[in-house]
Each structure stands twice: as structure tokens, then as C-alpha cells.
Write a protein that binds this ligand. Structure first.
Ligand code: C2O
Length: 527
């Protein structure tokens, strides 16, 4: 085990894309930010010094929510001119993860890869690639993102869509003024490459494909899966996917392309970002071909792709469940006095739109501060209804609250996330901090507690930290609550998070210090 140290300076830098220059927040002046490299077992220290509000978060932190990052959940923002040191051990995880700012929409530009190699002497459970590369998929706005969000909030409308999608911060030659800084990977014919693909987009699930080349998927969210070959892949914000690609085509230039998957009626976003797979020695004047990508609303592809994901090792999927949770996902609206038309869009779990506290929840829990949150998040919705079939109901007005759910230490939990047709149906990538969970089931329509559990995969379900809840359908996950702390769960579409599609779990301490939250670090930022 080694000690890895990084210094992250948060600085504003002028960057130009799509013929527009604007100042953006960056780490060390880089966009995307620097990659953190570690090995399983390493101790990592990242000192972050701020010139803008900034929080970061990356991997599963055992008993150590203090290094998890979400603003007002596990810490208060790092004030301008101040520093905070994120200290953590990389245990029980290897593969690709990522770090990003976790306040407002700052992660639009403040993000980077986190690459964890297996411990020394341990190899990958697949053929050793000749080389590897990180591909971070993102979004670009020509205007100031925080301004766009503010405007949207004032009008009670969604903020405007991004102006481009990007690969490693670059939109690629299908966008104006983008040709000269297109991202390219140089490959040699006959060799195999490991691509670490990360979806850092704010609001889009994405398809990804490489012209002329199949991909073998070997890992998702830093967990190995049974390898399978596919021409395209689907990746939601928050997720990572590692693939092997063999450079076995006639030497040339091939586009790698990404475009949104969106089966909701609005918004229609059809922008394609590209990068280039460049065979060594091939002149760069040759125009690459575009790959075939599934249609933007191809939910059948999404279903079959997801069905292919099976963990390589069966892991410890809980077979018995202590606590059954059923959360409905609703998009609706709330009265809003400061908004121009008197209402604001809202999103809710079990009809509750989460309100951000003014004090970090982890501190409030650790120090027993009263009045910051309530522990009465309901285990199921207030009333049962036909979740995906009923017409709009009076259910649209959601309740506001900072309400959390308490989980006993080491209890096993099953959570069914049920999409509803309140206002719009749309798929939602749900992310749980502090845990990997097992995705045991998924279906379209209403979850049927009498029939569906019999079809759960309890043998080799994919283990991950972010999972898509299909449009007009449900997803069931299981996990063991063995990591004490306060852990945020939210839709990783930033638009929905900001409308309140989030909540947090309080996982109680077990017995003794080994099963309890670590004490907070001395430099934890004050609120
Ligand atoms: Cu990657 Cu709470 O987010």
C-alpha cells in the first residue's frame, strides 16, 4: 500500500468551445480535471484549495462520510480562500470511478477520473490490454451554467439544454470551431485497448459506439462483470463502464460517438459528440466514418443492454430482507412565491421534495444537533395508486421536507424505485452514496410485490452505485446497511436533483469503534 498525494487548486480559467470563450471553474486549470491514480489498498490524500465554492466526491468511503463531499449533506462548502483535505483509503474497490464537484451545477466543469488499479501482483480478470485511455463524456454550455439555473428557477421552467456534448471536454468536429481540438486515441493494429468510459453529463443518459469496432464490456462502476460483446453501450450520469477494444480493422480513422438516450416526450436532445480512434500511420486528412447508434428513444436496446449486465463474482447479495422500502418517483410542481408564474417544477420521492438544510446532515447527526432534519421519511407512498397507468392525479402538489430514513446497522434493505406518470415519465439514474448495491430486478409498469420478486436475480446481479429506473417502470435494489453515516441518494440528472429528487439515509453505528463513524477531521469546513 502506498501513499498518494494530490494538490487540487480550484481556479477560474478561460476556455473556448463552439466559438465562445467563457471563464469556467477548473481544478489546476484543467478541463476535465486531473485523473487520480491509485492502487487498491492505497491511502489517498487530496488537498483542495478553493477559489470558488467546491465540494468533491468519488468513491465509497467506509465509515468516512467526511470525505464523501455533497454540500450540506456530509460537509459544508469549502469557502473561497480555504482548503479541505480529503483523506481516504481505497479498500475493496478497483476499476474506474470519478470525482466531481457536488454543489449546484458546478460539476458541469469540475470533474475528473479516478482510476484504481488492482493491488500489486494482482492482474485483471481479462487479457491485459496494451494500453488504456479515459473517455469522460460531458456537456458544454456557451453561457454561464449557474446563471442559466438561476433563470430557470426564477421562471419555474427547466434551464436550457446544453449546447454540446463532449468527450474529454471536446465536442468534436460535428460542432462549430471544434475540429482542431478533437480528442483522438492512437492505436496500433492488432493490439487491445482498455477504455475507461465515464458519464459526467449533467442531464443525459448516453449511448456510445465506435465505428467498425465492437466493445467487450468488462466492468461497471468499479465492479467486474461477466464480459459480453456489444456494438453500442448505454451509460447514465454517474456510471462508469470499462470496455476492451481490439484494433482489428483495416488501418484508418474511426469516430467514437456519443448521443443521448431519451425516451421522454421532452426535451429532445440529439447532439452527437465525437472523438477519433486513429490507427498509427494513417494520414489525419482522411474523414472518419460515424458509428451506428441506437435511436434516441430506443428503450428496447436499453432493456436488452441492461439484461446483459451480470457480476463476474456473485458477491454477497442479501437473500433475506429486513426492511422493504418502496419509493415512487414523481415530477410535479410546487407553489413558489418568488417565481414568475407562481409555481416551480418539483420532483419527489414518495411525494416529498427534499429541502436542502443549512448545516451538513452528517455533522448534525454526529453531534446530535436537533432541528436540522426529521427521521420520518415514509417507507412507502402515502397512498397506493396506479403508478404508471393512472391519469394525472391530485397528487401533483408535493410536500417539502428534510426527511431522512433511519437504517439499523447491518440490516438488509430492499428498495424498489417506481417511476410514475405524474406530469412526465422519464428514466432516472439513481445514485446511492457510501454503498454499492445489487440490482436484483427491473421491469416496465407497476411493480407487483406478489409476482415480481420471484423473478429477481439473486445469483449474479450487477453490483453498482448508480442505476437507471426505466421510464414508466421500476428497479429493485438490495444492500446491507453496513456503512454507518449519512448517505445521500439522488437522481443523477442534475435537473431532477435540484427539483428535489433526493433523500438521505442515516445508517446507525454498530458496536464499538470499528462499526462507528470516524471522528470528523479538524479542517472540516464550517457552515
Ligand atoms: Cu456523482 Cu451525489 O453524485
Amino acid at each position: 500500500a502506498a501513499l498518494k498525494r494530490y494538490q487540487f487548486d480550484i481556479v477560474v480559467k478561460n476556455v473556448s468551445r463552439l466559438c465562445h470563450a467563457k471563464p469556467i471553474v477548473t481544478v489546476n486549470g484543467r478541463y476535465p480535471g486531473p485523473t487520480i491514480y491509485a492502487r487498491e489498498g492505497d491511502h489517498v490524500i487530496i488537498n483542495v484549495t478553493n477559489h470558488a465554492q467546491y465540494n468533491m466526491h468519488g468513491l465509497k468511503q467506509f465509515r468516512n462520510g467526511w470525505a464523501d463531499g455533497p454540500a450540506y449533506i456530509t460537509q459544508c462548502p469549502i469557502r473561497s480562500g480555504n482548503s479541505y483535505t480529503y483523506v481516504f483509503n481505497v479498500t475493496g474497490q478497483r476499476g474506474t470511478l470519478w470525482w466531481h464537484a457536488h454543489i449546484l451545477w458546478l460539476r458541469a466543469t469540475v470533474y475528473g477520473a479516478l482510476v484504481i488499479m488492482p493491488s500489486k501482483g494482482v492482474s485483471f480478470p481479462f487479457p491485459q490490454p496494451a494500453e488504456e485511455a479515459e473517455l469522460i463524456l460531458g456537456e458544454w454550455w456557451n453561457s454561464d451554467v449557474e446563471e442559466i439555473v438561476k433563470q430557470g428557477n426564477k421562471l419555474g421552467l427547466p434551464p436550457s439544454m446544453s449546447d454540446a456534448h463532449t468527450i474529454n471536454g471536446k465536442p468534436g468536429p460535428l460542432f462549430p470551431c471544434s475540429e482542431k481540438h478533437t480528442y483522438a486515441i492512437e492505436v496500433q493494429r492488432g493490439k487491445t485497448y482498455l477504455l475507461r468510459i465515464i458519464n459526467a453529463a449533467l442531464n443525459d443518459e448516453l449511448f456510445f459506439a465506435i465505428a467498425g469496432h465492437n466493445m467487450t464490456v468488462v466492468e461497471i462502476d468499479a465492479v467486474y462483470i461477466k464480459p459480453f460483446t456489444t456494438a453500442s453501450l448505454l451509460i447514465a450520469p454517474g456510471q462508469t463502464t470499462n470496455v476492451l477494444v481490439r484494433a482489428d480493422r483495416s488501418p484508418g480513422r474511426y469516430f467514437m460517438a456519443t448521443r443521448p438516450f431519451n425516451d421522454a416526450p421532452i426535451p429532445v436532445d440529439n447532439k452527437t459528440a465525437t472523438a477519433i480512434l486513429q490507427y498509427r500511420g494513417v494520414p489525419t486528412t482522411i474523414t472518419p466514418l460515424l458509428p451506428f447508434l441506437p435511436a434516441p428513444n430506443d428503450s428496447a436496446f436499453a432493456d436488452s443492454y441492461n439484461a446483459n449486465l451480470r457480476s463476474l463474482n456473485s458477491g454477497n447479495v442479501p437473500l433475506e430482507v429486513d426492511r422493504h422500502l418502496f419509493y415512487t418517483i414523481g415530477l410535479g410542481s410546487n407553489p413558489c412565491q418568488s417565481c414568475l408564474n407562481g409555481t416551480r417544477l418539483a420532483a419527489s420521492l414518495n411525494n416529498i421534495s427534499f429541502m436542502m438544510p443549512k448545516v451538513g446532515l452528517l455533522q448534525a447527526h454526529y453531534f446530535n444537533l436537533s432541528g436540522v432534519f426529521r427521521l420520518d421519511f415514509p417507507d412507502r407512498p402515502p397512498t397506493a395508486f396506479n403508478y404508471t397507468g393512472a391519469p394525472l392525479t391530485a397528487n401533483l402538489g408535493t410536500l417539502l421536507g428534510t426527511r431522512l430514513s433511519r437504517l439499523a446497522f447491518n440490516s438488509t434493505v430492499e428498495l424498489v424505485l417506481q417511476d410514475t406518470n405524474l406530469l412526465t415519465v422519464e428514466s432516472h439514474p439513481f445514485h446511492l452514496h457510501g454503498y454499492n448495491f445489487f440490482v436484483v430486478g427491473r421491469g416496465i409498469g407497476n411493480f407487483n410485490p406478489a409476482k415480481d420478486p420471484a423473478k429477481f436475480n439473486l445469483v449474479d446481479p450487477p453490483e453498482r452505485n448508480t442505476v437507471g429506473v426505466p421510464t414508466g417502470g421500476w428497479t429493485a435494489i438490495r444492500f446491507r446497511a453496513d456503512n454507518p453515516g449519512v448517505w445521500f441518494m439522488h437522481c443523477h440528472l442534475e435537473l431532477h436533483t435540484m427539483w428535489g429528487l433526493k433523500m438521505a439515509f442515516v445508517v446507525e453505528n454498530g458496536n464499538g469503534p470499528e462499526e462507528s463513524i470516524l471522528p470528523p477531521p479538524k479542517d472540516l469546513p464550517p457552515c
